[in-house]
Design a protein around this ligand. Structure first.
Ligand code: AMP
Ligand code: ZN
Length: 465
């Protein structure tokens, strides 16, 4: 297996630390509003990653967080907490907002048929772990205090700029105007924020006396949360793969590395996978352009979660993609063709005897192993379908579902002998050009929840949606 690794800037052969078990961490969403379709692309790409690892025989131990506190409007720990802002805008309490949008995210995660992480941590459930991590950093001399929090002194971590190839000089020059005067270095960041008098922040915890002398309430910084969850789950060793969006490289992941490696002395992760962004009609997703589409918007236009999943896996995680509804319609058609083809496995009687496809003799997994080239894998499958001389077996469709999670087996039902008989009668009626009868039988099937289509391969059926 090969993967594009941000750490090395090239496509590397995947060599796991343990030959069998692979440790993966995925930065999860900040649950302050509905996630837009751009946000979900990441989780779809990483689903293909997890599926490919599994198909190569690895047991994947994947942890993901839900950020429900401390992610500020600017990633550099400035501005309002996104969660508090979400609460202010919706008129709900911040805890209600976290629960509502956290649940909404996980519902969509399930509808996309994404393999669930082994464990999902809410940031607010890990406050003690955050404080332990800050303590460990303090003990090693990496922290200092300002009036609004406990900060990480990035000058104490000599390789700070390496991961993202940062030009700290340039950063210093560019930040002069807004530079927080209490910070020692422009790249320093808050590990723990202190809530000042008069400041509104509903999520708050006591700051322990060994970290802050006076009585003060506070909350963790976003980078601290991920570093602490990784440490809690995987200990101080190196993990195999860490995933996120390209926007995480210069700040969030750079800071996670600074926190974790300062304590452990070893590399945080061997492989860093970052997905690129999607644009909509060639433009950045933004509120002012009104192009923030959610799955509700897609459903209103009759597109399912799996239609969108198909659209995403037609591309590559490292490429910027432009989303157009025409493109989504093409992905929907592709998925429909696949389903029709999948249903052929039940209808040898009407489709005629064809060769059976039992296993991946075509290089589908090989394409996925090549830096998760799902686009190539899909075109191989299109090739098989267009040959028209073979039908898939249940095992082969199961393999395709293992690769992509498009529910081909589930949505092409093996219907009862009674319904199969109606289909047979209908095929005969069509052969005899008795279209009145064939239409009547179609209605009969519809009443039982089955749609029938007539194709070059004969009748094909699926559940009526
Ligand atoms: P947010 O919760 O707003 O911080 O967004 C969560 C993550 O979604 C970001 O950190 C990005 O990695 C990802 N993201 C945001 N916009 C896009 C986009 N247009 N395309 C792909 N990913 C995106
Ligand atoms: Zn993270």
């Amino acid at each position: 297996m090969k993967l594009y690794n941000t750490l090395t800037g090239k496509i590397d052969k995947f060599a796991p630390i343990d030959p069998k078990n692979v440790k993966v961490y995925t930065c999860g969403p900040t649950v302050y509003s509905y996630q837009h379709i751009g946000n979900y692309t990441a989780y779809i790409y990483w689903d293909i990653l997890v599926r490919t690892l599994r198909l190569n025989g690895f047991v994947v131990n994947r942890v993901m967080n839900l950020t429900d506190v401390g992610h500020l409007v600017s990633d550099r720990n400035d501005g309002e907490d996104k969660m508090e802002k979400g609460a202010r805008l919706s008129g709900k309490s911040v805890w209600e907002v976290a629960e509502f949008f956290g649940d909404d995210f996980l519902t969509n995660f399930t509808r996309l048929n994404l393999i669930s992480p082994t464990k999902i941590y809410k940031a607010t459930d890990c406050i003690e772990e955050d404080l332990d991590l800050i303590r460990a950093l303090k003990l090693r001399g990496y922290t200092y205090e300002t009036s609004d929090g406990i900060y990480y002194d990035t000058s104490k971590f000599p390789t700070y700029a390496d991961f993202a190839h940062l030009n700290l000089e340039k950063l210093r020059a560019g930040a002069r105007v807004e530079f927080n005067q209490e910070k020692r270095n422009v790249s320093d960041f808050a590990l723990w924020k202190i809530i000042k008098k008069g400041e509104k922040h509903d999520m708050q915890w006591q700051t322990p006396k060994d970290l802050w002398e006076s009585e003060a309430m506070g909350y963790p910084g976003w980078h601290t949360e991920c570093a602490a969850i990784i440490k809690t789950e995987f200990g101080d060793g190196t993990i195999d793969i860490h995933t996120g969006g390209i926007d995480h490289i210069p700040i969030h992941h750079t800071n996670e590395i600074a926190e974790s490696e300062a304590i452990s002395g070893v590399r945080l992760a061997n492989y860093w996978l970052h997905c690129n962004f999607i644009t909509i009609d060639g433009q950045k997703i933004s509120k002012s352009l009104g192009n923030i589409y959610t799955f509700k918007d897609l459903a209103e236009r009759d597109f399912s979660h799996l239609d969108f999943k198909m659209w995403v896996i037609q591309g590559h995680f490292t490429s910027e993609r432009n989303f157009l509804f025409e493109g989504l319609a093409a992905a929907k058609t592709r998925l429909k063709n696949w389903r029709n083809w999948a249903s052929l496995r039940h209808q040898q009687a009407t489709a005629g005897k064809k060769k059976e496809i039992v296993s991946d003799d075509f290089g589908i997994l090989k394409a996925l192993n090549d830096n998760l080239n799902s686009a190539k894998a899909l075109s191989i499958i299109d090739g098989i379908i267009s040959r028209d001389d073979a039908v898939p077996t249940e095992d082969f469709l199961g393999f395709l579902d293992d690769c992509f999670g498009l529910e081909l087996c589930e949505t092409t039902p093996n219907i009862s002998p009674y319904l199969q008989n109606i289909l047979k009668e209908r095929a005969i009626a069509r052969l005899n050009k008795d279209f009145a009868k064939s239409d009547k039988l179609r209605q009969q099937l519809l009443k039982k929840g089955i749609d029938v289509l007539d194709t070059a391969n004969g009748q094909i059926w699926q559940y009526h949606h």
